[in-house]
Design a binder for this molecule. Sequence first.
Ligand code: 5GP
Length: 204
Amino acid sequence: MKGSLLVVSGPSGSGKTSLARAVCEELGERAYFSVSTTTREKREGEKEGVDYFFVSKEEFLKDVEDGYFLEWAEVHGNFYGTSKRQINAALEDGKIVFLDIDVQGYEIVKRTYTNVLTGVFVTTKNQKTLIQRLEKRGTETKESIEIRMINAIKEMKKIPEYDFLLINEDFEEAKKYLKSVAVASLIKRSKYNIDEFIQKWKGN
Ligand code: 5GP
């Protein structure tokens, strides 16, 4: 695999999606942002094929059956999945592939793509900030904020499984960190077969 996989996880409202998209944009051709498929309702301002591919539960389950997904999970009562084919093509193409997925998805991807994978957990400096951000977003009901908060605490317990912990206090600073990690992920030692590398290096 020429490229690398960069998983960005973290509680809803941590800013991980905005950060990942901003870094992806700065990296231009070198990066690829994986657009997931979901059964969740489209939020105001979201676009089909840009934010998500929005499908019915039936369509989603059919895709699961057809082996379309690299991983999929139920998050906050909705289904989310990452398509296999696009990811593999982007990796073959040498791109830094951004996956904005939850902790369950990360565990699955980690099993298949161990050598090319880097995990970044993004969160806020405290719970209060997270609640304020979700309220400000204006798209969540009181109940959905409560569900997301219960989930946030569960997700935080998985931080030790990640390579990096990014506290998104200052967006611009967090963006710089994420960009550095993204670029560095391309030269991860584990991406190489070292014996092969040495043979080639010797000119054999
Ligand atoms: P939201 O509904 O706020 O867009 O996303 C809810 C959660 O689902 C976020 O934690 C997000 O990272 C996660 N998510 C989005 N796409 C996928 C996916 O394809 N797979 C998995 N496992 N989680 C996803």
